[in-house]
Design a protein around this ligand. Structure first.
Ligand code: NCD
Length: 321
């Protein structure tokens, strides 16, 4: 794994939440909470990243993550460029590293990367100049650290703690970078009852997700839970697998109001989106009083502001502008 720390131990890159201590997560989450504003209030902003240039390079589709990284950078006063590479130079065969080196020559200081291939953020992180930071915005099925942080922040806001909660993750866990990063965050923050619920074909290998219970039965899996996190089937990440099609999947694994009634009465429902209503989740549940799905989206900007601010602290300290 690429080193994500500077020689002094501070975080330089954010490629994974694996290996971050509880206090490091808490610092990031407290800082994120500082940037949270109620709906209708002006968005948080600062000039801490004035003079810093950030490039968002996305080679996979994204709406929420890309827009929230862009807003986070702008609200900290950074200059921002956005590259959606399937539309530009990558189709001409230019490699990711060539693009990164070009942007580095243009004084880009921070790269935010999303790519379907394992190892791309790490390879870039290992190749850039020492003052440059790399943040993963989603690496294949492997990790999605800022999503893990925003999921943890959402649970903290709605439940007041992570310690001792029962959390169920339901759906395509095998192909989910969201589940992997959320699992690291939750376990580091004191969740011991973490349950994985999926059809067998969408369960991860037994060597992964240590310490989690597994079930193929949603009713049994979510019984008594505080948090139910639903996931989309990531069809783009596998050719074929023995999984029930649309209606059948909903019948077996979809989260309905009746099923949710088996969790705690005040359980919250989460989903990283994009969501398929009527496949993994019933619309009434997605939009209902127990849903924290829109709160997750709102928290995305705050968490990305916190991550950008913490990682680039040495640049800001030099007073770029
Ligand atoms: C997820 C992703 O891209 O991993 N979406 C997101 O970032 N909010 C989940 C998904 O695509 O299903």
């Amino acid at each position: 794994m690429t080193q994500q720390r500077r020689p002094d131990g501070s975080l330089r890159h954010l490629l994974t939440l694996e290996g971050l201590s509880r206090s490091e997560l808490e610092v990031l989450l407290e800082r994120a909470q500082h940037f949270v504003r109620r709906a209708g209030e002006p968005a948080a902003n600062s000039t801490v990243l004035a003079g810093v240039t950030i490039a968002n390079i996305f080679t996979e589709p994204s709406t929420r993550t890309r827009v929230s990284f862009e807003l986070a950078a702008k609200r900290l006063g950074a200059d921002v460029v956005n590259l959606e590479m399937q539309l530009s130079s990558r189709v001409k065969g230019e490699s990711m590293l060539d693009t990164v080196f070009t942007l580095e020559a243009l004084h880009v200081d921070v790269f935010v990367l999303r790519d379907a291939e394992v190892g791309v953020p790490g390879m870039v992180a290992a190749s850039v100049a020492p003052h440059v930071s790399v943040l993963s915005a989603g690496e294949a099925h492997v990790s999605h650290p800022t999503q893990g942080l925003l999921d943890a922040l959402t649970v903290l806001q709605r439940k007041g703690r992570c310690d001792g909660l029962s959390i169920a993750i339901v759906g395509d866990i095998r192909h989910s970078r969201v589940a992997r990063s959320a699992c690291h965050a939750f376990q580091t923050l004191g969740v011991h009852d973490l349950r994985l619920i999926a059809p067998q074909a969408l369960m991860p290998e037994s060597t992964e997700f240590g310490g989690c219970a597994r079930s193929n039965d949603i009713a049994q899996g979510i019984a008594g839970c505080d948090v139910v996190m639903m996931l989309r089937i990531q069809k783009e990440r596998f050719a074929d697998a023995e999984i029930p099609a649309g209606d059948d999947y909903f019948r077996e694994f979809g989260l309905t109001g009746a099923r949710l009634a088996g969790a705690k009465h005040d359980a919250i429902v989460m989903h990283p989106q994009p969501m398929n209503r009527g496949v993994e989740i019933e619309s009434a549940v997605a939009d209902g009083p127990q849903s924290a799905i829109r709160l997750q989206v709102a928290n995305g900007v705050a968490v990305r502001m916190a991550a950008l601010e913490v990682l680039t602290a040495p640049l800001a300290a030099k007073g770029r502008r």
